[in-house]
Design a protein around this ligand. Structure first.
Ligand code: PLP
Length: 425
């Protein structure tokens, strides 16, 4: 794609526009309501709004809630929504129907899943996690370590991409390993089947955090023989801000798994209102209390879009988009500005984002956002760009690198207003 002699990419914007015209997924872009003049590369943080969502949620509010009132718990299938909407997530993660249930936030689902996983290995006193995992995973584990430790917290062993490795820490004391399939900072992807096999070899149980993989890369939990998985639905699944998380439990664990929070919606017969808790038979025991119905109704709309696409097609386009971005950065930015691509170049090890290490990354990202190219910043020095094959175009990729080059060239990011930090970066 590049001319080494010039160090410049031979690909130009017209070629990108032609790639878009030939892209079978470009038909889906029009199903999203994206503002004009915006190159949206932050779908790995908050997915875009599908066009049909607002009308559907409006209908749920006026008809199901306004007119149906309490009757909608039965008539509109509200009570079963965490399972029926979970069934729409299932094909995206290689799970069968009845194996996925929606929860609250990902953090609370991590708690539900890791406690249940640890309880499957009583007597083992070690939990393994990743130093670089999204911090909430580690924060939640601190509670799990304390709660299940019987007065002395369970031991935590941390692995990292630059060591210690999984093999350094795995032994028969390990109860649970909590791993993020695609790293939120670097976009590095684990080989799920191979890593699961090594964890099982010492008799431990694995919990996969799929926040940056569901809808971004094909996931095959059953094929990988995984045990538990959790993920969010507001990133690549476009469920909207705060849309519910999901939990998957492998069929072989469903009868024995004991969730951390045993609420009435996870009871075998919630409307018997008995004094004692009796778990529902399957994954629905991971439900807790009354679900966020409005949020779930928005998610239902965005999940229905996935029936129209093939995950292989999504992956192929994702790799082309990230490859194009990396090659343009290599050719136009790295030689002059020392911008470093930290995302693995090997396709099999890459999710659907590319992260760049660059000094003054926060200010540079703010200057980019002001010019309509929206990515985000992760401290201390990474700017992230998420590529969402449902709506990201090849021209978006070209425009993003072109704008980044002009921000760096003109040093516009040095303007003091770009240093002002918002609460969310
Ligand atoms: C990998 C990962 N895990 C967990 C979370 C936390 O999710 P929540 O805010 O839904 O609890 C995030 C949030 O971005 C994440 O990226």
């Amino acid at each position: 794609m590049t001319t080494p002699a010039l160090g410049r990419p031979t690909i130009d914007r017209e070629t990108c526009v032609a790639l878009d015209a030939a892209d079978p997924l470009s038909r889906i872009r029009s199903r999203f309501s994206l503002p004009d003049g915006v190159v949206y590369l932050d779908g790995n943080s908050l997915g875009a709004l599908p066009r049909d969502t607002a009308a559907h949620v409006q209908r749920v509010i006026t008809e199901e809630w306004g007119t149906g009132l309490i009757r909608s718990w039965n008539d509109a299938g509200w009570f079963a929504k965490p399972q029926t909407v979970g069934d729409l997530v299932a094909p995206l993660i290689g799970a069968g129907p009845g194996q996925v249930v929606l929860g609250d936030s990902t953090s609370s689902s991590i708690f539900q899943a890791t406690v249940a996983a640890a309880r499957l290995r009583p007597g083992r006193r070690v939990i393994v996690a990743e130093r670089g995992s999204f911090p909430t995973d580690l924060y939640v584990l601190e509670s799990v370590q304390e709660l299940l430790g019987g007065g002395r917290p369970l031991e935590r062993r941390l692995i990292a991409d630059d060591g210690p490795t999984l093999d350094d820490v795995l032994d028969e004391d390990v109860a649970v390993v909590l791993l993020t399939h695609v790293d939120y900072r670097t976009g590095r992807m684990h080989d799920m089947a191979e890593v699961t096999r090594r964890i099982h070899a010492v008799g431990a149980v694995v919990v996969w955090d799929l926040c940056h993989s569901v809808g971004a890369v094909p996931v095959d939990l059953v094929g990988a023989d995984a045990d538990f998985a959790v993920g969010c639905t507001y990133k690549y699944l476009n469920g909207g801000p705060g849309s519910p998380s999901f939990i998957w439990v492998a069929e072989q664990h469903q009868a024995d798994a004991r969730p951390a929070l045993t609420g009435w919606h996870g009871h075998a017969k919630p409307f018997d209102f008995t004094v004692d808790y009796a778990p529902a038979s399957g994954v629905e025991r991971f439900r807790v209390g009354t679900p966020q119905l409005l949020s779930m109704s928005a998610l239902e709309v965005s999940l229905r879009l996935w029936a129209e696409v093939d995950l292989g097609e999504i992956r192929e386009k994702s790799l082309c988009l990230t490859e194009l971005f990396i090659s343009l950065v290599d050719a136009r930015l790295t030689p002059r500005w020392g911008v470093e691509v930290v995302t693995p170049r090997e396709p099999a090890r890459r999710g659907s984002q590319v992260s760049l290490r660059v000094g003054s990354g926060y200010e540079i990202m703010q200057a980019l956002i002001e010019r309509g190219v929206i990515g985000d910043f992760r401290a201390p020095d990474l700017i992230r760009f998420g590529f969402t094959p449902l709506y990201t175009s090849y021209a978006d990729v070209w425009d993003a690198v072109d704008t980044l080059e002009s921000v760096l060239d003109g040093e516009v990011w040095r303007e003091p207003r770009f240093a002002r930090r918002g609460t969310v970066t």
